[in-house]
Design a protein around this ligand. Structure first.
Ligand code: SF4
Length: 414
């Protein structure tokens, strides 16, 4: 049974700095969209953001907006508006909530950042299908609605070993984006600037990895739930000095916790791995529930997906192609299982939590017997909870609570 005392959530002091840099990011883009002082590119979250930044664009990430719609619980009411124009309730609920928000003319940015009335209008839309096909359909909606150019990269899926053929194809596609980006931005492509941006992005990745790796300490100074908040700069500001300064600050704080033996979850007794999408509208509740069970969700595939160690400033196009193809979501089940095995060993976990997200099959790895195979290989138990990233109609709080409590009880008995 959970501890009846209200669990303590230990606040990370760097959070205030993160909130400020995220606010600066949104206000800068809003200002540019209103005055035309800079061009705006929309980019998928694991798309070629470095190229866009190097070309002088400010970059908006619709998936980040989708996550905000989920976290603020606006999504569930907005999804039906996208359904009404023909997008199925079964497809990506980032897509449907974001399109629903556009149709209704609302955004969580207005409440969080007074003065911002809408997401910044794009000058160009740039996708990468490395994660799923939905992102292209999503951007296609805006291309038609706003009459904006759309370009993209079509990536291989289900990749086992990443070969030169994969890299050649993706790198070539990225190079082919340049003429359109030059035309839209009015800037000539500058190879040195791309090298600099890739170097900064590599640094962002290294720092973000070090932050997440602190959770291998027992007790862990960090939870998955903290990670979903603090990953913001790694997603929307990677490749900038601002992101890197922030992660140095956060890392110093977490290393201090490690030195002092400070646990993110008081009395940490169990450690779990989270596989799958966050349930954005329930993160706070879930973090409290796990804390009450003295269980720290120490690591996840999701937060680690913004680590791109393959970036190489000496060979920016090919290394971007490699980094965005080596990603977990792009890979075969066998490669994914090897990755999860390494993660579970490194983070010393007692069990795996799978989130089967109804509208995101690409990020739900519990459907083809992977949990059973990993249980056999690792000898640790798993639980699969049905839910969704944004559509809370697919999530039963009661059922999830019962499953989680029983799962942790089983681990404790073992
Ligand atoms: S990976 Fe899943 S959540 Fe992300 S855009 Fe694709 S379908 Fe949506």
């Amino acid at each position: 049974m959970p501890d009846e005392k209200k669990p303590e959530r230990r606040k990370i002091a760097a959070t205030d700095t993160m909130k400020k840099i995220m606010a600066d990011y949104f206000y800068e883009m809003d200002g540019a969209a209103k005055t035309g002082s800079a061009k705006i590119a929309w980019c998928t979250s694991v798309g070629p953001a470095e190229l866009l930044r190097a070309m002088g664009f400010l970059v908006h990430f619709p998936e980040n907006h989708g996550a905000m719609l989920g976290a603020t619980r606006m999504a569930t009411d907005l999804i039906p508006h996208a359904n009404a124009v023909g997008y199925s309730p079964d497809i990506c609920s980032y897509l449907t909530s974001d399109v629903g928000a556009y149709i209704k003319g609302v955004t969580p940015l207005s409440k969080a950042y007074p003065g911002i009335e809408s997401v910044p209008k794009p000058d160009v839309l740039v996708f990468n299908t490395n994660q799923c096909r939905d992102v292209q359909d999503w951007f296609d909606w805006y291309a038609r609605e706003l009459n904006v150019p759309i370009v993209g990269v079509h990536t291989h899926r289900g990749v086992g070993d990443v070969t030169d053929a994969h890299i050649d194809s993706v790198a070539r596609q990225m190079e082919n984006l340049v003429p359109t980006l030059e035309e839209v931005s009015g800037n000539k492509f500058d190879f040195t600037r791309l090298q600099e941006t890739v170097a900064e992005s590599l640094e962002t990745s290294r720092l973000w990895k070090k932050v997440l790796d602190t959770a291998s300490t027992v007790p862990s100074p960090l939870t998955f739930f903290d990670g979903t908040i603090h990953m913001g700069p790694a997603v929307v500001l990677r490749g900038t000095k601002t992101a890197n300064e922030y992660y140095r600050l956060l890392l110093a704080e977490l290393e201090g916790r490690v030195r002092d033996g400070v646990a993110a979850v008081n009395g940490e007794a169990h450690r779990l791995y989270w596989e799958g999408m966050p349930i954005w509208g329930k993160l706070r509740d879930l973090s409290m529930l796990f804390a009450s069970l003295k269980t720290c969700v120490v690591a996840s595939t999701y937060c680690n997906s913004w680590i791109f160690e393959a970036f190489d400033p000496e060979d920016p196009f090919r290394s971007m192609a490699r980094a965005y193809t080596e990603l977990f979501i792009v890979r075969s089940d066998a490669s994914k299982e090897e990755y999860i095995k390494r993660m579970c060993g490194f983070f010393k976990v007692d069990g795996i939590f799978y989130h089967d997200a109804k509208t995101c099959p690409s990020n739900s790895n519990s459907r083809y017997r992977m949990p059973q195979r990993l249980r056999e290989a690792l000898g640790i138990p798993f639980v699969t909870v049905n839910g969704d990233l944004n559509d809370l109609r697919c999530y039963s709080e009661e059922q999830a609570r019962t499953q989680i409590e029983a799962f942790v009880e089983g681990i404790a008995e073992k």
